[in-house]
Write a protein that binds this ligand. Structure first.
Ligand SMILES: C[S@@+](CC[C@H](N)C(=O)[O-])C[C@H]1O[C@@H](n2cnc3c(N)ncnc32)[C@H](O)[C@@H]1O
Length: 267
């Protein structure tokens, strides 16, 4: 039996591998089980309004702090139509709210006049906030989610700022989607077969200068596989300027800044 010894703990690696294998077998039977782990009291969603999984055609309203309090700018208010029937993205997830809140705190200069692309937008929440901050935004997801995303753009009157497009991870990015200055992704790590697809799309869309904010809720040990793949092409660090970090860390949510690794040229 191999054991990995760190200063503070001894981890039995063979047991960890067994747990990951079990996780993978259960995922194959029920790929979305981590998103509705209602037996686990530590997995309750505390940050967004209660949304029963049977939700269909409901509206919620979310308020984010003023992006420029010194100029007495008003708080950003987003109304979201929710509908779980097209898929898990049709409701609002806690990582999306954490990321929305953070970009608002970064202020208008963060997004203003920049091209912003959100991956796996679901309802579109994060991208709508980026649009309200003045970014030229593309919110993207798989085809079944596009209707609810379009509705939410219209409800929030953000048609001049937010475009909606189909973008399936792992497929070639459509040529009409511009190269982004900023990439946003919230709660996109939950289905292991999609891990390499998501990393490929992040890689195709980015360069070393691209700012990538990646908000992630840890749900299971197999997520390590995602980060093992990510490490081949990206570096990352936790954001250290979010005053809310301690509170969402208690919900196992991390907000990371990803940077594409420098390509090593062939000489
Ligand atoms: C848990 S939801 C998060 C939605 C939203 N970002 C939020 O925080 O509320 C994950 C999203 O990823 C999208 N997704 C999953 N696999 C995908 C793929 N292969 N290509 C594009 N989007 C995908 C889903 O449709 C869903 O909207």
């Amino acid at each position: 039996m191999v054991a990995e010894n760190t200063e503070s703990s001894i981890v039995d690696v063979s047991l960890l591998a067994d747990e990951i294998t079990l996780d993978e077998a259960l995922d194959a039977l029920d790929p979305l089980r981590h998103l509705r782990n209602q037996d686990d009291p530590s997995d309750h969603i505390l940050l967004v309004p209660t949304q029963p999984r049977s939700v269909k055609n409901q509206c919620i309203s979310l308020t984010f702090p003023s992006p420029s309090p010194e100029r007495s700018a008003t708080a950003i208010q987003i109304t979201l139509r929710l509908d779980a029937s097209p898929g898990c993205g049709g409701i609002a997830w806690p990582a999306g709210e954490v990321l929305s809140n953070y970009i608002t705190l970064r202020g208008e200069q963060f997004c203003h006049a920049k091209t912003v692309l959100e991956l796996g937008s679901g309802t579109g929440l994060v991208g709508l906030v980026a649009g309200a901050l003045g970014g030229h935004v593309w919110i993207t997801d798989q085809a079944p989610l596009l209707g609810i995303m379009r509705d939410n753009v219209i409800i929030n009157n953000l048609q001049s700022f937010v475009n909606v497009a189909e973008l399936n991870w792992g497929e070639k990015v459509p040529s009409y989607i511009p190269r982004p200055d900023i990439i946003l992704a919230a709660d996109c790590v939950y289905y292991e077969p999609a891990f390499p697809l998501l990393v490929n799309t992040l890689s195709e869309l980015s360069e070393e200068r691209t700012e990538i904010l990646f908000c992630y809720k840890k749900r299971r040990k197999a997520d390590k596989r995602f980060f093992a793949l990510l490490k081949k092409q990206f570096n990352w660090r936790e954001v250290d300027d979010d005053p809310n970090r301690e509170s969402y860390a208690r919900e196992a949510i991390s907000l990371l800044v990803l940077t594409k690794r420098t390509a090593i040229g062939c000489v």
